[in-house]
Design a protein around this ligand. Structure first.
Ligand code: UD1
Length: 391
């Protein structure tokens, strides 16, 4: 049996891990034993537990309960906790054969450092993505994690090209780099497990979740907005210009704006927005600010929205899976193929660009080519892990 430790911590990782857990249970239960470690980076019920319930992920074996803190504090606590779990298993004679990490959060960074230093192979899912913007904590996290990974599973052609530009080769080995087991890093174009999930859960969400009806929304008759990136929430000018644009669209088009609010953003509203803007938000009947959405809720909202406006990477992609055009409230995106396909427009937090992009996307026929694999990324990833450990 191959023993793997899956690291999750922040909301999107719980979602990504679901696809892999499901594939292990369905196709690899005789070969792979998965243990889940929750770092506790996200701890609110609606940021964590609700996803386990809906997505059918097994209870974590370990929870580090690290909570919030500065980047260094959070990263240090997680590094220490993950190392402890790996070393204890080794001492008990049942060592882990590898650690699976997802995406680009502090949990990803910390776990990859802990594992690589004690020679446990790191398997990075969502490798190779780059924004080239080093002021994002996520960019720092993903670059370091990729350098430490034994297998880099990249979801897109763009991810593969980014890694090749950094000296990685698809079928092989970054020049001269060797891990303790003698192997070099491997790069695999795997497709995207989030696409696997969206295909799998779309119908289930329609059956089990009534958020559209509960909020009195109509299909393609509202805008879905999500905002949580520090570059927006921690910068008053950016947050003000995004909210002004949302309010102006709501007023002009008499369209509801549904905004499930991340805890980071909720904390920053009063601090960053002018009293006038706060009053406009509170008194505008079309501004529908709700609690962070569950997975079923968010995919139903993404699927039924007329336009999605977001600074999240995952929401951009899911909007695309559900053929909903997307205004990207960031200066760049890791999912550049969405922009190239004409299904998304980058606006940063610039009022005029947001308004223009909204009008362009609302006014044209948008095409959504298949860019994120065939819906079987998770099986491909697990096959490669099994092969690696056998080699
Ligand atoms: C993290 C990830 C980001 C990911 C996002 C998804 C990093 C550096 N960032 O950002 O890549 O896109 O998760 O949501 O790892 N908070 C709560 N309750 C919670 C979780 C957080 O109140 O359950 C508050 C914290 O107190 C903190 C803020 O939200 O003030 C930010 O949390 P943090 O984990 O630092 O980063 P995110 O912004 O969630």
């Amino acid at each position: 049996m191959i023993k793997l430790l899956t690291i999750i911590g922040a909301r999107p990782q719980i979602i990504k891990a679901a696809a892999i857990s499901r594939a292990i249970q369905a196709h690899f239960s005789d070969k792979i034993e998965e243990h889940i470690l929750h770092t506790g980076q996200h701890y609110d019920q609606n940021m964590s537990a609700v996803f386990f319930d809906e997505l059918g992920i097994p209870e974590p074996h370990y929870n580090l309960h690290v909570g919030s803190g500065t980047h260094a504090t959070q990263t240090a606590r997680i590094t220490e906790g993950v190392e402890q779990v790996l070393l204890t298993a080794r001492e008990q004679g049942t060592p882990f054969d590898g650690v699976i990490v997802y995406g680009d959060t502090n949990s990803t960074l910390a776990a990859s450092i802990a594992a690589a230093k004690i020679h446990v192979p790191v398997f990075h899912i969502e490798a190779g993505l780059r924004s080239f913007n080093m002021s994002m904590p996520e960019e720092v996290n993903r670059i370091v994690c990729d350098q430490l990974s034994s297998i880099l599973f990249t979801p897109t052609e763009t991810g593969l090209q980014n890694l090749q530009a950094e000296g990685f080769a698809e079928d092989g080995i970054k020049q001269r780099v060797r891990f303790a087991n003698g192997q070099g890093p491997r790069v695999i174009l795997s497709g995207d497990g989030m696409y696997d999930n969206s295909l799998y859960f779309s119908k289930i969400a329609d059956d089990k979740c009534n958020i559209i009806e509960r909020l009195g929304l109509t299909s393609r008759g509202f805008v879905l907005a999500t905002i949580h990136r520090p570059a927006n929430t921690d910068n008053p000018a950016n947050l003000q210009s995004i909210f002004t644009a949302l309010l102006d669209i709501a007023d002009r088009d008499q369209i509801d704006i549904v905004l499930p609010l991340h805890p980071r953003t909720r904390k920053m509203l009063d601090v960053q927005l002018t009293p006038e803007l706060m009053t406009r938000i509170e008194t505008n009947n079309h501004m529908r600010i709700i609690e962070p959405a569950s997975f079923f809720e968010i995919i139903r909202l993404e699927k039924n929205a007329r336009i999605v406006m977001t600074d999240s990477g995952g929401v951009q992609k899911e909007a695309f899976f559900f053929q909903t055009p997307c205004v990207i409230l960031r200066p760049e995106t890791e999912w550049i193929e969405i922009v190239e396909a004409g299904a998304g427009i980058i606006t940063d937090a610039d009022y005029a660009r947001i308004m223009d992009a909204y009008d362009v996307l609302a006014g044209k026929e948008v095409i959504f080519p298949p860019l994120f694999g065939d819906g079987h990324a998770s099986e491909k990833i697990l096959n490669e892990i099994v092969k690696y450990i056998a080699d």
